[in-house]
Ligand binder design. Structure first.
Ligand code: NAD
Length: 488
């Protein structure tokens, strides 16, 4: 009854298999659910040739027509959501309702960028009579995109939306752990009538693919979402050929809870949000800095709600949180909890992996965590929250900014003065007040510091997929040209 698709590469408008394959596992059962073909160098060469041809066609296609095709793909995704969502749950583990939301979110990214495709304005610069300076935004060329496993459909959708709306062609390497989301997305584009070669999908050994594709002269943009360590190595690789990069990397989101809000309501909201996607979200709220006066109520409400989160197979009705993605994440959670406990942190709930198959780990709340605990510096990328008291807003801001990350930050407060301070002083790309949502299609999203470079979404989202071209147009040839140049 569930639609787990055939796993194939998509190159030049055709699906293809290869002899070498990788297993895809269901993290809730650890059972194999598919075999994924591994791209050979010849497949990557075919993808590059196809993307180059596709770019010539697509970059010369009217923006309105590009937008129509992208919107058609979005509409197919919305229609197919009920069939696609179980496949996402099977490969990633998230509850079905979250998988359904992810498909809708993927469609929203496409719809927003389709609109932006028609608003990719250049400008004309005021200039002296007889000469006109115009500045154009042109599609950059072939994009090499790399998307992660935490959002198997919406993350690839974001990369594809930006690239295609700008008029680029893309070779996407989606995550090997979760290929079905990307495959369903590509099917929607194929059925929407996207010309051959504009979108190509490959899988394989990540380092082999990135080290082959990124240095190619034909690749004009690299777009990656994943860990900071991998982002740095791909950025170094791209720098050797002066290829611009869009990097959406790790975070370690601070949450500042001021004493002018209801601490219990904020605690319950935070626990629910922490459980989303089993905490495997780059914007997941993790380091809570709570005003001393609110600390006890906030931590108690948080731990109570976290302890009630229903964990199970995402396909089962009523499941609020599925497993984490793989055995590596379980090992990472256990190591972070043990380290914090050993250094004196209190474990308010969770911390112990339940027995049985599947990569399950409960929402874990650590309180009074010392600064030297690893979890205070290392992004858990899983369902762990740390809650510490702070003396005042200055203390909270200092501690929030103490890490080299700067992706998302949150605050709970009704004070305009507090919001003003936070806006000025928090070092992040996205600050959210009284909401734990950091990224929607219509606003730019991205990081500062080691959290990355460039923005996806909003009016800014297409910029990284374009190059700026300046046209200087003098209406008449100069009558008396001089070596010294024109008039000042
Ligand atoms: P990882 O660093 O090995 O991989 C992260 C992602 O990068 C995966 O999708 C992987 O396929 C890809 N990747 C790895 N090496 C690559 C290479 N040389 N070339 C191209 N792609 C490559 O870690 P992991 O264990 O899979 O994931 C855990 C860490 O990844 C987390 O700690 C988290 O920081 C990060 N992560 C971040 C996001 C995000 O949304 N920013 C998403 C997924 C993972």
């Amino acid at each position: 009854m569930t639609d787990y698709p055939d796993l194939q590469l998509f190159i030049d408008d055709r699906w293809r298999n290869t002899a070498d394959t990788l297993p895809v596992l269901n993290p809730a059962t650890e059972a194999e659910i598919g075999r994924l073909p591994v791209a050979r160098q010849s497949d990557l060469d075919d993808a590059l040739d196809a993307a180059e041809r596709g770019f010539r066609v697509w970059s010369r296609t009217a923006p309105r027509v590009r937008a129509q095709i992208i919107l058609r793909a979005a509409s197919l995704l919305r229609d197919r959501g009920p069939q696609i969502a179980p496949a996402i749950t099977m490969e990633n583990g998230k509850p079905l309702v979250q998988a359904r939301m992810e498909v809708i979110r993927g469609a929203e990214f496409l719809e927003w960028d389709a609109g932006e495709a028609q608003r990719l304005y250049g400008h004309v610069v005021p200039s002296a009579p007889g000469i006109r300076y115009s500045v154009l935004r042109e599609p950059a060329g072939v994009v090499a995109g790399f998307s992660p496993w935490n959002f198997p459909l919406s993350q690839p959708a974001r990369k594809i939306a930006g690239a295609l709306a700008a008029g680029c062609a893309i070779i996407l390497k989606a995550a090997e752990e979760t290929p079905a989301g990307a495959i369903h997305l590509v099917r929607a584009f194929q059925d929407a009538g996207l010309p051959p070669g504009v979108l190509n999908l490959v899988f394989g050994h990540p380092a082999e693919i990135s080290s082959y594709l990124i240095p190619q002269d034909r690749v004009r943009v690299v777009a990656f979402t994943g860990s900071t360590a991998v982002g740095i190595s791909l950025t170094e690789l791209a720098a050797r050929s002066m290829t611009p990069v869009l990097m959406e990397l790790g975070g370690h989101a601070p949450v500042i809870v001021c004493d002018d809000v209801d601490p219990q309501a904020a605690g319950v909201m935070s626990a629910v949000r922490k459980a989303r996607n089993s905490g495997q979200v780059c914007t997941s709220p993790t380091r809570f800095f709570v005003a001393e006066r609110s600390f006890h109520s906030f931590a108690t409400a948080f731990a109570d709600r976290a302890g009630q989160v229903r964990i199970g197979n995402g396909l089962d009705a009523g499941t609020e949180m599925g497993p984490v993605a793989n055995a590596r994440r379980i090992a990472a959670m256990e190591a972070l909890v043990e380290d914090a406990r050993g250094k004196g942190a209190r474990v308010l709930c969770g911390g112990v992996r339940p027995k049985g198959p599947g990569y399950f780990f409960p929402v874990t709340v650590l309180a009074d965590v010392p600064q030297d605990a690893r979890v205070m510096r290392e992004e858990p990328f899983g369902p762990i929250a740390v809650i510490n008291p702070v003396s005042d807003l200055d203390d909270a801001i200092t501690r929030a900014n103490a890490l080299p990350f700067g992706l998302a930050a949150y605050a709970f407060t009704h004070s305009a003065a507090n919001v003003d301070r936070l806006t000025a002083d928090i070092e992040v790309g996205n600050l959210s007040i009284n909401t734990l949502e950091a990224s929607v299609a219509e606003v730019p999203f991205g990081g500062v510091k080691y959290s990355g470079h460039g923005r996806e979404g909003g009016a800014e989202g297409l910029h990284h997929y374009t190059v700026t071209k300046t046209i200087s147009h003098r209406m008449e040839l100069e009558a008396e040209p001089s070596v010294a140049g024109g008039k000042p």
